[in-house]
Design a protein around this ligand. Structure first.
Ligand code: PAF
Length: 289
């Protein structure tokens, strides 16, 4: 299938008008990899048998800080359109800056308290930028459902919350993390990693696994096991320089106390060389209180 490529709002509106429902949106920043293919396949399932998949490709400047990688973020629209076609997408919406932001975006979405912690604390303005562009994409594409990866767990939680709080009427569909053979969560930014940096980065998923294996013993043991792995990685050459390690309530992103029992998310972020990586694992804290 060769998808329709819509470069303007008008082209999107025309393409959207001829799409059969349900219409399932996969918002991306392009540089599509196997993780995106999983999102596209999930979208196809949700749209089946009669619906359509719409993919947006837009590197959103609003969600990059001044010292971040907006300029060098990988861009590969021709390949992305081919990938979307292989995965059965009907339309690719790839606007330029002027189409998404014809005027300065004076009003943005406030991500609230859940957006101030972890990624929100390390990357000020990031979630305001993400939620603003997602809200705009929802307005322009009017999807029935949208698929988001669990790799960006805090983003997924905030999009869910925004959709509920603003009664946007879009079903938010999560898709599990895709990992490479070494366990590294697949991300467009992995392309920046040298061989040794990739080896260093593997400590993130190893730390989460170590934590998961101690979930039966409670929050402190879970965090301690993950911390031990990250500490060793920080002392290795090249190091994985840890940013945060946190065990949170998946509904609120509040860090859990040691008497907490129930579903939790263990999240970690760190830098290998100049590349910032994030990962997370869902677990059930079910030990004795
Ligand atoms: O996860 C991403 O790729 C981006 O944050 C998104 C959701 C496409 C918004 O720019």
């Amino acid at each position: 299938m060769i998808p329709v490529l819509a470069r303007t709002r008008a082209e999107l509106a025309a393409a959207r008008g001829s799409m059969s429902g349900p219409v399932v949106l996969v918002p991306t920043m392009g540089a599509l990899h196997d993780g995106h293919r999983a999102l596209l396949r999930r979208a196809r399932q949700v749209a089946s048998p009669n619906g359509s998949v719409l993919v947006s490709v837009f590197v959103n400047p609003l969600q990059f800080g001044p010292d971040e990688d907006f300029a060098r973020y990988p861009r590969s629209l021709d390949t992305d359109v081919a990938v979307c076609g292989e995965e059965g997408a009907a339309v690719v919406f790839a606007p330029d800056h002027a189409q998404m932001y014809p005027a300065a975006q004076l009003i943005t979405v406030d991500p609230g308290p859940m957006g101030q912690v972890l990624e929100g604390k390390s990357r000020p303005g990031f979630f305001a930028g993400v939620l603003t562009v997602v809200l705009k994409l929802f307005q322009l594409a009017r999807p029935d459902a949208a698929v988001f990866g669990e790799k960006d767990a805090q983003q997924l939680a905030l999009v869910r919350r925004m959709t509920a709080d603003f009664a946007l009427g879009v079903e938010i569909v999560p898709e599990p993390i895709v990992r490479d053979s070494g366990g590294l969560a697949i991300s467009s930014r992995n392309a920046y990693l040298s061989g040794p940096e990739r080896t260093a980065a593997l400590a993130l998923s190893r730390a989460l696994l170590a934590g998961q294996q101690q979930a039966h013993a409670g929050p402190a043991a879970t965090l301690a096991a993950a911390h031990t792995v990250l500490q060793a990685a920080a002392a290795a050459d090249p190091p994985l320089r840890p940013d945060y390690l946190a065990l949170v309530d998946p509904g609120t992103f509040d860090e859990v106390t040691d008497d907490y029992r129930g579903p939790a998310l263990l999240l970690a972020a760190g830098r290998a060389g100049l590349t910032r990586l994030i990962d997370n694992a869902a677990l059930l804290i079910d030990g004795p209180q």
